[in-house]
Design a protein around this ligand. Structure first.
Ligand code: B12
Ligand code: SF4
Ligand code: SF4
Length: 322
């Protein structure tokens, strides 16, 4: 193939990102941003719990140039996954098995991996010279939220999620770290102000302070990442959550009228997040395995789901009695 001599611009890349299904796209310089340094302190304070991959890769996570030494730019994409399900905080049925919004459709790693690699392939085809690049979705040794903030996608809120002033925070991140010197975007500005709704709403008291989450207390960590039996002290706060938690985003005013996606990739599987705890507990292991196949719930597996279900059932019985 004959390579184009047209110099690819940041705008060309953003246009293509939108054509490929990304809702947001911005470019951050590959630099040592001050927020990157918090990771080390956070790990040292024990907040990563059993997520051993974080301390193992902390050195590389401190700067993308430890991942791609020639890196000059990080192209960050945001993909809205909110298909409009009611918020868990608005549910009146206390016996509903809650599943986090991002987890009720096909595993986003697969969908975004395809799209992110398609964008990288497109840039390679059009760029006149070879260049170094790595594409990642979630699992790479990258502090994605910091680069998203510096790429202008949104600010890191007190709930630690990246919030876009127009779209809210129901979006996932992926990125391309590359040696191309692309025109960067301006970083997003913090718009939390004096609000503290997320910090107050967390049912397990997982926020040590604004922007600092002790993951070992977070329902998302307990239901997805943690193996073994969940410590008694955290069980009541889990309520009817079976997989992940969205509360600190649901209460956020920036998600009061959030952007919706019509992309079929994120249409929720009917049976996920709509069944009662009793219905779910009557299902066989085979039925549960079929129900979660291809979704993020496979990370917890049927065993993890049953563990979480038992706690949620205990909590809903407790609620009925009181
Ligand atoms: C580990 C991890 C988790 C852990 C820990 C979460 C956490 N807050 O760190 C657990 C399992 C709990 C988790 C939960 C969730 N996660 Co998660 N997770 C990650 C992962 C793999 C790494 C995050 C990380 O580096 N944490 C380390 C700490 C230090 O970072 P941090 O808490 O974000 O802190 C930042 C700031 O708050 C600030 N900071 C830290 N300390 C201090 C101290 C002071 C004084 C100040 C001022 C600032 C400050 O600097 C830090 C910059 O790194 C990223 C993917 C990636 N590769 O980046 C996804 C990621 C962050 N997760 C994501 C999602 C969607 C979720 C959930 C919503 C899923 C769910 N519904 O259950 C919840 C949200 C919970 C929450 N409030 O964060 C998305 C977030 C998208 C977005 N719009 O922000 C990501 C980016 C995955 C992706 N590719 O889209 N997650
Ligand atoms: S995801 Fe849920 S448990 Fe975790 S910090 Fe947010 S509100 Fe608390
Ligand atoms: S709830 Fe308030 S403090 Fe928390 S992230 Fe949203 S705007 Fe910021």
């Amino acid at each position: 193939m004959v390579k184009s001599t047209h110099v690819l611009t940041s705008d060309d890349i953003k246009r293509r990102a939108h054509e490929l299904g990304f809702d947001l796209c911005g470019i951050a310089p590959a630099a040592a941003f001050p927020e990157l340094a918090f990771l080390r302190q956070w790990i040292d304070r024990g907040y990563a719990g059993t997520m051993a991959y974080l301390p193992r890769t902390a050195e590389r996570r401190a700067d993308v140039r430890r991942v791609v030494p020639s890196a000059r730019s990080v192209i960050v994409m945001g993909t809205i996954y909110n298909s409009g399900r009611p918020y868990s905080t608005e549910q009146t049925k206390t016996n509903l098995g809650e599943v986090a919004r991002y987890a009720t459709s096909e595993d986003y790693h697969d969908v975004l991996d395809r799209r992110t690699n398609a964008l990288l392939a497109w840039i390679r085809e059009r760029h006149p010279e070879p260049f170094d690049a790595r594409a990642y979705v979630d699992t790479g040794p990258v502090q994605e939220r910091v680069y998203a903030q510096y790429a202008g996608l949104g600010w890191i809120g007190k709930n630690t999620c990246v919030i876009n002033p127009g779209a809210g925070s129901w979006f996932l991140l992926s990125e391309i770290i590359c040696s191309l010197a692309l025109e960067p975007d301006a970083p997003a500005l913090d718009q939390c102000g004096t609000c503290t709704l997320c910090l107050e709403a967390c049912p397990t008291g997982a926020f040590v302070g604004p922007h600092v989450l002790d993951a070992t207390r977070c329902i998302s960590y307990l239901t997805i990442e943690y193996r073994g039996s969940i410590p008694d002290e955290h069980q009541a706060g889990m309520g009817n959550h079976l997989f992940g938690c969205d509360i600190c985003q649901e209460v956020c005013p920036w998600n009061g009228a959030p952007a919706l996606t019509l992309d079929p990739a994120w249409s929720a599987r009917q049976e996920l997040g709509t069944q009662t705890l009793d219905e779910l507990s009557r299902r066989s292991d085979e039925e549960l395995a079929t129900m979660i196949a291809g979704t993020p719930l496979t990370r917890a597996g049927v065993k993890g789901l049953r563990r979480n279900l038992a706690i949620a059932l205990k909590n809903s019985t407790r609620e009925l009695r009181s």
